[in-house]
Design a protein around this ligand. Structure first.
Ligand code: ASP
Ligand code: MG
Length: 249
């Protein structure tokens, strides 16, 4: 089966984490799946790049900001491919543009218009693990590199899962899934094993930082099952999927 796995910034924060994530990816590949991975920038890299830009220029052009910020995801993608290659598997990293993520032209907040995953398809057919830099694409009209908004690597992952006909999309972060309340604040809060797209949309719209809003909209439209889980454990997380009203209580 084809699967897409997305690893957030906290899952690839340093060299050791990148090697750990590489092992998880290889394990999925060794189960016989064709694996496409989407990565975020390492740790706080995006914030650091934003801060650096401010120190250089008070009012940078949006085009240059996107050139700068997309570099963060490109670093983690290349490093992750190296770590996978060291585990005896072949991996190839791609920028959003190389992966065929075609967007509108609005820098900093571009929308995905189309995915043309030809290069990903051939790499998968050749047996490679594909690593795609998240949260970025290329504008159809200007041909410039764009970013999709903060947190949008989730959206990249679901969009690729839909375009590749993947069976599901896994979104890895440092939380064990979707909870009834914040377990750090509310004792007795528990993990929700399954949630509908509609309920998840409502949570995202109300500011829950679990999944990017557009990612959930995309998943619902394309009917991509999304498994939200932690990269720090093997525990099952929360499945966000189509749930028939009549079946639910
Ligand atoms: N690195 C980007 C951000 O911090 C995109 C992402 O992580 O999804 O917003
Ligand atoms: Mg995120």
């Amino acid at each position: 089966m084809r699967v897409v796995q997305k690893f957030g910034g906290s899952s690839v924060a340093d060299a050791a984490s990148i090697k750990r994530v590489a092992q998880r990816i290889v394990a999925t590949k060794e189960q016989g799946h064709e694996v496409t991975v989407v990565v975020s920038a390492m740790g706080d890299t995006t914030d650091e790049l934003l801060d650096l830009a401010q120190q250089v220029s008070p009012n940078p052009r949006a085009r240059e900001m996107d050139m700068l910020l997309t570099a963060g995801e490109r670093m983690s993608a290349a490093l992750l491919a190296m770590a996978i290659n060291d585990l005896g598997h072949t991996a190839r990293s791609f920028t959003g543009s190389q992966a065929g993520v075609i967007t509108s032209e609005k820098h900093g907040d571009a929308r995905i218009i189309d995915i043309t995953p030809g290069r990903i398809e051939s790499a998968l057919e050749e047996g490679d693990v594909v690593i795609v830099a998240g949260f970025q694409g290329v504008s159809q009209s200007t041909k410039d590199v764009t970013t999709l908004g903060r947190g949008a690597s989730d959206t990249t992952a679901v969009a690729l899962a839909a375009a590749l006909g993947a069976g599901y999309c896994e979104i890895y972060s440092d939380v064990d899934g979707v909870f009834t309340a914040d377990p750090r604040i509310v004792p007795g809060a528990h993990r929700i094993p399954e949630i509908s797209y509609e309920e998840m949309l409502e949570m995202a719209a109300n500011g829950a930082k679990i999944l990017h809003l557009r990612c959930v909209e995309y998943a619902r439209r394309e009917n991509v099952p999304v498994h939200v889980r932690s990269s720090f454990s093997d525990k099952p997380g929360t499945w966000v999927k189509h749930i028939d009203e009549e079946d639910s209580v």
